[in-house]
Design a binder for this molecule. Structure first.
Ligand code: SF4
Length: 304
């Protein structure tokens, strides 16, 4: 029987405390490293273009995620609208940048979480949660007494603030951040966050401190821990080798998904270096580097 950490946090009052602390941050928003300091409670919007209530573009049992999240019945994915990053190559730009989705109060979010659990999903997978953490925790406080028990997945772009993650300690069981770039120039040009490399590194270190390496149950389904995603970009724009060095330095037992599906989308054609897919050689070099650095839990290649 899975015992998600947020149940203890609910019982001790830690969830309520976290919700209040996150709400307080909304009046001069510092929920992510952009630190826009806008008053979202009074309707002002920062870089993520979001007020107090989140918008949701879709939710379903998703079978396209990493095998330990999908299991037999799928990952209960909730896709939030908007994002705190502005990636010019985003493959979900209609959701993240244009804002397709429907505003949703915490009561409705709680209902969706319980619905996904009832469908047999192995987890609730919050996609792009960084800017809407307050509403998620508020919804969780409503869902726990109504029987929510499955693990929660924090599926972020990696541009997270360490002090906010500390407030969230005891909320999420599984962290699944991207580590997009180790090159500040690319991070600034392509995602509007030149400090992304240092922020993501610090955030992922904190995530690992909280939940450790990815742990699976007997059927191979994730119950707790860290899983890192990295999308290989053409012309090594992401500095993939240095991203991998960092991840291997964190723990050689880190579960990593090295992704090959980059394709030019949205405004990628504005950047000469981004106009093509990656080559097989570029992808092989990334995987080879991960192996040389001692990483063995590479999604799709070998699962421990
Ligand atoms: S969560 Fe949104 S408003 Fe708040 S600091 Fe980040 S980008 Fe700005």
């Amino acid at each position: 029987m899975i015992h998600a950490s947020y149940i203890d946090s609910f019982n001790t009052g830690r969830l309520e405390k976290a919700a209040q602390e996150l709400y307080d941050r909304l009046s001069g928003c510092t929920l992510c490293p952009h630190q826009c300091r806008v008053n979202r409670i009074q309707g002002e919007q920062g870089k993520c273009g979001t007020g107090v209530l989140p918008a949701v573009s879709s939710y379903n049992a998703h079978f396209g995620e990493e095998a330990p999240l999908v299991g037999r019945n799928g990952s209960g994915t909730i896709f939030f609208t908007h994002c705190n990053l502005a990636c010019i190559f985003c493959q979900n730009y209609d959701i993240s940048q244009i804002g397709r989705g429907q505003e949703m109060p915490p009561e409705e979010l709680a209902r969706i979480m319980l619905h996904l659990q009832k469908k047999g999903c192995h987890n609730i997978n919050f996609v792009t949660p960084t800017h809407v953490n307050y509403a998620i925790v508020r919804a969780l406080i409503m869902a726990v007494p109504r029987g929510l028990t499955i693990p929660l997945v924090y599926n972020s772009g990696g541009y997270d603030a360490v002090d906010i993650l500390k407030i969230l300690d005891g909320v999420y069981d599984i962290y699944m951040p991207d580590f997009k770039y180790m090159d500040p120039d690319s991070a600034g040009r392509l995602s509007g966050a030149a400090d992304y490399p240092s922020r993501a590194a610090a955030a992922i270190q904190e995530m690992h401190r909280q939940v450790g390496d990815l742990a699976l149950d007997r059927s191979g389904v994730a119950i707790r821990g860290l899983l890192v995603r990295h999308l290989v970009l053409p012309n090594n724009l992401a500095a993939t080798d240095r991203v991998i060095n960092f991840i291997a330095g964190l723990s050689r037992n880190t579960y990593i998904n090295i992704m090959d599906q980059y394709r030019p989308e949205f405004r990628a054609y504005e950047c000469l270096d981004l106009k093509r897919r990656i080559t097989l050689d570029e992808y092989d070099a990334a995987v080879q580097h991960a192996r040389i650095r001692g990483l063995t839990r590479i999604d799709g290649l070998r699962i421990k």
